[in-house]
Write a protein that binds this ligand. Structure first.
Ligand code: AVJ
Length: 324
């Protein structure tokens, strides 16, 4: 299996799986393994996407509001990294909110290329941006951004600026994050720019609270993948006999999320039976954290030159600018 194929398997995007690897096959592979695992990308069915929106508004979940604040406070400096008549290529457009801030701040952006696997969602968002910002060309691309894709013909002559906000890059294993950046460089072309949001290593208490909030929304988000298996794969998971576990793994610089079985039990899903010991977990997500330097090293390793970095007063989150 190539590095990129593996990254597709381990990556959690805010969208459905690519048609080629079915949810059922994934579940049979992940729950049949020891330790058990599932890719975080399966969190994001309609219910999971709505729960994630709720997470972004939680007092403990600092990443979304911190990144927005950094973007708004540094529009001039970030805009200075964007060349004349550029096309802004957004990898995995969950919401256009952050791209709109960049587009408003950088009038030299002539085209916006949102890339997402959900055609219907993308068409809606593209129409809304066309309506609100008639001065730019909106050229949506329906694609799984973790795989190779072609830029639209109308953007090819333009200088390209990749945009990957949200610390989504943290869901990749570090070697796969580097492979993703290498591939982004091949797609965007020589001389291009990349703007990436990355969550920083910080106090463990802050990290643990962000992924185990007092209101229990992240617990619901995590447990939703069991409900989804029940709905879509005829599963018989009893949600009350699993609990949400989230903790910072300092040795590996990542938040881990798990679903822990509260008792010995057998579950049937996708036509297969799976045994759980008491205390056994399904590993459902990694969210890697980087220092400014560790992310720069990873970017350099992937062929990019770090040219800018903006952060907040708490050093919680970083927006990096890279050039090829
Ligand atoms: C959407 C991947 C950036 O890792 O912080 C939030 C997902 N998981 N709470 C993150 C998530 C639990 C989120 N990303």
């Amino acid at each position: 299996m190539t590095a990129l194929a593996r990254s597709v398997l381990r990556y959690s995007a805010r969208h459905e799986a690519a048609a080629s690897d079915s949810f059922a096959d994934h579940v049979i592979a992940g729950l049949g393994d020891d330790p058990k695992w599932l890719s975080a990308k399966y969190f994001y069915d309609a219910a999971g996407s709505e729960l994630f929106e709720q997470i972004t508004r939680l007092p403990e979940y600092y990443p979304t509001r911190t990144e927005l604040k950094i973007l708004r406070r540094n529009t001039r400096a970030i805009s200075a990294c964007i060349p004349l008549a550029a096309a802004l290529v957004e990898f995995g457009t969950g919401s256009t909110k952050k791209a709109r801030i960049l587009i408003d701040a950088a009038p030299q952006i002539a085209a916006y290329v949102p890339v997402d696997i959900s055609a219907e969602f993308l068409a809606q968002e593209a129409d809304a941006v066309r309506r609100d910002i008639p001065s730019i060309a909106v050229l949506p691309v329906v694609a799984d951004f973790t795989r190779d894709f072609d830029l639209p013909p109308h953007s090819r002559a333009r200088p390209h600026v990749g945009f990957f906000p949200g610390s989504t890059i943290g869901n990749f294993e570090p070697e796969d994050a580097a492979e993703f950046l290498r591939q982004a460089g091949r797609i965007l072309g020589p001389g291009s720019t990349m703007i990436v949001g990355v969550d920083r290593i910080k106090d463990e208490g802050v990290l643990n609270a962000a992924y185990d909030d007092a209101a229990g929304v992240t617990a619901q988000f995590n447990l939703n993948v069991l409900a989804r298996m029940n709905r879509e794969l005829g599963g018989d998971f009893d949600l009350a006999s699993f609990r949400h576990r989230a903790f910072y793994n300092a040795a590996n610089h990542r938040i881990e999320m798990h679903l822990e079985s509260l008792k010995p039990q057998t579950v049937t899903v996708a036509g297969h039976r799976f045994e759980f010991r008491e205390g056994e977990t399904i590993h459902t997500e990694n969210s890697y954290k980087y220092t400014v330097e560790s992310f720069r090293a990873l970017a350099r390793d992937a062929g990019w030159r770090p040219v800018g970095c903006w952060s907040d007063e708490n050093d919680y989150f970083a927006i990096h600018a890279l050039k090829l």
